[in-house]
Design a binder for this molecule. Structure first.
Ligand SMILES: [Ca+2]
Ligand SMILES: [Ca+2]
Length: 289
């Protein structure tokens, strides 16, 4: 009984100690539905989610998996393994498969002998047929990261070159191309070479069509994959990413045969979050003018 009384008093004290913050003092963050469709993870019909019925479905999710919802389906990384010990995303536990849940139906894409080095898959219509492809970052089997595209049936339809070692942070799919074509953009080795890469789907290959250095969206050991955005300026899709010191943001745009830095802006504090709402850039919860 004494314990209950102690907990009750402690609770009262804790509530009494909560700082009183008026709503005006807090920078408004956008609702998840309002965030640009090119933000991560994309696209999200109904926000971030947890697997609520994992026992019923008997799936085995990655401990830190982030589900992606789209078009009535939930995509979640599954079957944790310790077989690839790169560990740049906070642990050495990575996923051997991706499980797709649609109503009562479950399907699975197996990645063996590679593993998925990330927290969630990207979705995007790379071939323009109206159906989104599933984009995976696969590593292991004696090599670094490779970007692999699957269709909704789980069949592999294309893949990129493979790094001899190191990670790729797959960012998003948007009409970056100089002719408005849809392209996948990543940052190759965000801790080392810091190279923004643009890929187009050509037959069974993800072909690198442009690249530019040096920008970074990730620090080693972090699970924060939210350090980028996409805006449209004068009809041109621009990727917003931090400079390697994480103190400025830069807008990267495609040119007819490459990529260029269109502008750069100092933020004045270390950048830990970038998002876009109504084509406005928000860094660390504050609008960037
Ligand atoms: Ca992991
Ligand atoms: Ca497609």
């Amino acid at each position: 009984m004494k314990t209950y009384l102690l907990i009750f008093l402690l609770l009262l004290f804790t509530i009494g100690c909560q700082p009183q913050i008026s709503p005006e003092e807090v920078s408004p963050l956008p609702e998840i539905e309002e965030i640009s469709q090119y933000d991560e993870p994309i696209p999200v019909d109904s926000g971030f989610g947890e697997i609520e019925q994992e026992d019923e479905f008997e799936i085995n999710p990655l401990p830190d998996a982030i589900s992606v919802f789209d078009n009535g389906k939930e995509y979640v990384l599954t079957d944790p393994t310790l077989e690839y010990t790169h560990g740049v995303l906070g642990d050495t536990i990575e996923a051997k498969s991706l499980t797709i849940i649609e109503g009562n139906n479950i399907s699975k894409i197996e990645f063996s002998p590679q593993i998925f080095e990330g927290l969630y898959p990207l979705l995007g219509d790379l071939n323009g047929d109206g159906e989104k492809e599933i984009i995976a970052t696969l590593s292991g089997n004696g090599a670094g990261a490779q970007l692999v595209v699957y269709d909704q049936m789980g069949d592999k339809i294309a893949s990129s070159d493979t790094l001899s070692s190191g990670w790729r942070h797959a960012l998003t799919v948007a009409p970056f191309g100089p002719d408005g074509g849809w392209e996948l953009v990543d940052i190759s080795k965000p801790h080392v070479s810091k190279e923004v890469e643009y890929f187009q789907l050509k037959d069974d290959k993800l072909v690198k069509v442009a690249s530019i250095q040096r920008y970074s969206t990730h620090t080693i050991g972090s699970r924060n994959l939210e350090l980028f955005g996409v805006i449209v300026e004068q009809g041109r899709y621009l990727l917003i990413v931090p400079t390697p010191d994480f103190k400025s943001i830069a807008a990267i745009g495609r040119t007819s045969d490459g990529a260029e830095e269109v502008w750069k802006k100092e933020i004045g504090e270390r950048i830990y979050n970038i998002s876009v709402e109504d084509n406005e850039i928000i860094v660390n919860g504050k609008y960037v003018s």
